[in-house]
Design a protein around this ligand. Structure first.
Ligand code: DHB
Ligand code: FE
Length: 287
C-alpha cells in the first residue's frame, strides 16, 4: 500500500477513474472532493467534527430535507442569480422575475379552467381572491397557459408534506381563458418556518440564524412556446419580508393587498363577505 500525501491521494482517486465514466460527473465530484480535502486540512477539521457532519447529512436525507437546507444555505437563490445573469447576457432580462421553487412543489395538482378555490374550507384566515393575466413573450395575453399555484396553510404547512391536510389542499393548476386570464380563491397565506427540531433547524441554530420565510405564494407558469417561469409573490407587511431565510424576496414580486367587500364579480368562487384582492400579471419569455 502506498504512502500518500493529501495531494497524492487526490491524484490517485482521479487516476482510478479508468472505467466507462461520465466526464461531467468526474469533473464536478473531483472538484468538490478537492475543495473539501482542502477545507479539512486548512481548518484542521477533527475526526469527531467530520463524523458529526456525516451523521447530520444522513439525518437530513432521512428527513427528506436536503432541499430545505440548500434553500437556507443560499444555493437555490444562487442558481436564480446565475440564470438571471445568463438571461442578461442573452438579452432576455425582461418579464416577471424568477424566484426559487423551494422543496415543496408537487406535480399534478387538480386542473381547472380559468378559476378555482384552493383551500378546502377547514383552515382559518382572510379570504383572498387573486387574479391576473398571463402574457406570452410576444406581449399578448396567452390562452391555455397553465398557472400552477401552491402555498402554505395558516400553520405554515404544505399539503402532501403535512399529513394533517387534505390531498392537494392549497394546490391547483388553472388554465387561462381566451383572454389569458386566471383567478383563484384562497386564504391570505401565513409565513413558513422550517420544521422545529429538524436537521435543517439544527444547522441554522448553529449558524445563529432563523428558519423563517415571509408569507408567499408559489407559481409555475407554463404555456406553448414559452419558457416555464417559476416564481413567487410576497405578501407585504410580513416581519420577514426582507429577512427571508431562503433569500428569495425580490423587487417586483411584492404585491399590493386590496381589501374590498365587492362580491358581485366573484359569486362563482362562493365569496360572500369582506375579503382581500390581489392582482398580478405574469410575463413569460420565449422557450
Ligand atoms: C423552504 C420552504 C419554502 O416554503 C420555500 O418556499 C422554500 C424553501 C425550505 O424550507 O427550505
Ligand atoms: Fe414556500
Amino acid at each position: 500500500m502506498a504512502e500518500y500525501s493529501p495531494k497524492d491521494l487526490l491524484a490517485t482517486l482521479e487516476a482510478a477513474q479508468t472505467g466507462e465514466r461520465d466526464p461531467r460527473t468526474c469533473e464536478i465530484v473531483n472538484r468538490i472532493v478537492a475543495d473539501l480535502f482542502r477545507t479539512i486540512e486548512e481548518l484542521n477539521v477533527q475526526p469527531a467534527e467530520f463524523w458529526a457532519a456525516v451523521k447530520w447529512l444522513n439525518q437530513l436525507g432521512a428527513a427528506q430535507q436536503v432541499g430545505l437546507a440548500t434553500a437556507g444555505l443560499g444555493f437555490d437563490r444562487l442558481l436564480d442569480i446565475l440564470a438571471d445573469q445568463a438571461d442578461e447576457r442573452a438579452g432576455l432580462a425582461t418579464g416577471t422575475p424568477r424566484a426559487i421553487e423551494g422543496p415543496l412543489y408537487v406535480t399534478n395538482a387538480p386542473l381547472s379552467d380559468y378559476e378555482a378555490r384552493l383551500d378546502d374550507g377547514t383552515d382559518v384566515g382572510e379570504t383572498l381572491v387573486m387574479d391576473g393575466v398571463v402574457y406570452g413573450a410576444d406581449g399578448k395575453p396567452l390562452a391555455n397557459a397553465i398557472v400552477d399555484v401552491w402555498h402554505a396553510d395558516s400553520k405554515g404547512g404544505y399539503s402532501h408534506f403535512d399529513p394533517t391536510q387534505s390531498e392537494f389542499n392549497l394546490r391547483r393548476r388553472l388554465r387561462t381563458d381566451a383572454q389569458g386570464r386566471y383567478r383563484f380563491r384562497s386564504l391570505v397565506p401565513s409565513g413558513y418556518g422550517v420544521p422545529p427540531g429538524s436537521p435543517t433547524e439544527q444547522i441554522l441554530d448553529r449558524l445563529g440564524r432563523h428558519g423563517q420565510r415571509p408569507a408567499h405564494i408559489h407559481f409555475l407558469v407554463t404555456g406553448e412556446g414559452q419558457r416555464p417561469l417559476t416564481t413567487q409573490i410576497n405578501i407585504p407587511g410580513d416581519a420577514y419580508l426582507q429577512d427571508d431565510f431562503a433569500f428569495a424576496t425580490r423587487d417586483g414580486l411584492i404585491v399590493e393587498l386590496d381589501p374590498t367587500d365587492r362580491t358581485d364579480d366573484v359569486a362563482s368562487l362562493g365569496v360572500t363577505g369582506k375579503h382581500t384582492r390581489v392582482h398580478f400579471d405574469f410575463h413569460l419569455q420565449p422557450a
